[in-house]
Design a protein around this ligand. Sequence first.
Ligand code: B12
Ligand code: SF4
Length: 459
Amino acid sequence: MTMLLPSPSRRRLVILAYPRVEHEKDYLYHWMPFSLLTIAQRLLADGDVDVVIFDGNQRTAQEWTAFLDEHLDRAVCVGVSIMTGGGQIRHALQMVREAKLRPGCPPVVFGGPHVNVLGEQTAAHDLVDMALVGPGQRSMPELVRCLLGSGRLEQVPGLLMTRGGQLVKGPANTPKTEMMARYPWQLLNVQEYVRDDPTVAPRTLNYVSSQGCVYKCQFCYELTYQRAWSSMPADPLVQDIAELVEAYDLSGVKFYDADFFVQPRRAVDFCQALAARQLDVAWAASINPNDVLRSRKQRLDLLGSIAASGCRRLLMGIESGSDRVLRDIVRKEITREQAYDVAADIAAHGILGCYTFIVGFPGETDAEVDETYDLLTAISQLTPRPETRVHLFGPFPGTPLFDDALRYGFEAPQTLEGWADFDYYDSQTPWTSAATVARARAHTRLVKQPGAARAEVPA
Ligand code: B12
Ligand code: SF4
């Protein structure tokens, strides 16, 4: 018996949209929407629908209109990713308004870091049909099954929606994300994301190889979200990178994992596998100082392996030069002395360190801020001369320090619309003076000219 299959062009599809993020002026980089690639990977593996991705960082509002003309009639739903800040929520609402002008617009579903902490507030907005809290690769496939006719909305993990004036809630969507698989690169024009990154290499692509973090920095969203750490194992990761290097002639990879080195063993295996493949690819990633301390205890030559595998730059949040702030406010689980020691070790391995500090914590004294600048100055004397960056403390919803900030007089937006223009690059806290802001800006030293840092780092 022959069965009539729907022609591929008539298959249902899911639209996934990444609204534009406004960065600081003269920021050089472009990022792939890994959130959407992660969700798309699972939807495609299930095989019920096609997936198309719209990246607002690469495409204009006019192109969004044309994209809707092309795809909306086949769409089961439109998934939109948002994080707090960067105007992304404002862009998201503009995009959804445009979609909703069309007859037959399918349900619009919001997810992403902002939704993970302010789900109910998001779901309450008129333009949001549903919010999905937690990892989208666990919730989206369930939602799509429901929208295609099997299953009940009440069973979709992390679902929040208002129906008849009542809040409908699905079961908890645990932040455990399981093993990560290869991304469906074919959904994006990868070439568009290759950049000359001054601190890495002329043809650098960004990459996220793990989700979550094990540390407990009290200002950080990762802590709130409690996402269990999961990753790609070293060998498939190196294999994927080898294929990307071959396909796009890459000379660099910049990892945007919250902390690439949570498992020093995986990191060393990665470095060794990368070096063994002789790919001649430079790379960069974020590290917590405790990863270096733990690897020393485990007698793993973490920094040696990192340097030998072509790593050019390690980004590390030190946050403060005051032991009291590190211990009582940030809970960084490290002392000022240990932070300096790790930075010196990184420099001794010929790796460019990029160290970030935060000033303006609630309850921080001027003397403690001075200690931060003293440590920054000491670290700046290292060779190769590190990049240093001073951020202003920004209260992120859901974090322990957000509650402290409220006690110290910070006024938080109360609606999704209210968060639409929240800007973390400007001081938002009433106790932070103009002088503190100006001093932070003056101390930020970044390498912005392509090639400038590479020239400083020994080959
Ligand atoms: C790359 C990146 C950026 C890029 C932009 C991203 C892009 N694609 O263009 C840039 C550098 C521009 C950026 C900027 C900022 N960022 Co940023 N960024 C990241 C980073 C490092 C990686 C994002 C990523 O790809 N993650 C991997 C994916 C797989 O995880 P995910 O995004 O969480 O997605 C999962 C879930 O959230 C959910 N999900 C996501 N989208 C959707 C959509 C739907 C429909 C569903 C159902 C589910 C869902 O499912 C996904 C898969 O599990 C993260 C940290 C991290 N490693 O996650 C921070 C992070 C997202 N950024 C953050 C912040 C705060 C900022 C800034 C506001 C502040 C700053 N100073 O950096 C700025 C904004 C700019 C401004 N002017 O104010 C916070 C967000 C916190 C929050 N409450 O929203 C994070 C989590 C860092 C942190 N630990 O604090 N960022
Ligand atoms: S190490 Fe980085 S990602 Fe992890 S909790 Fe601390 S600030 Fe957040």
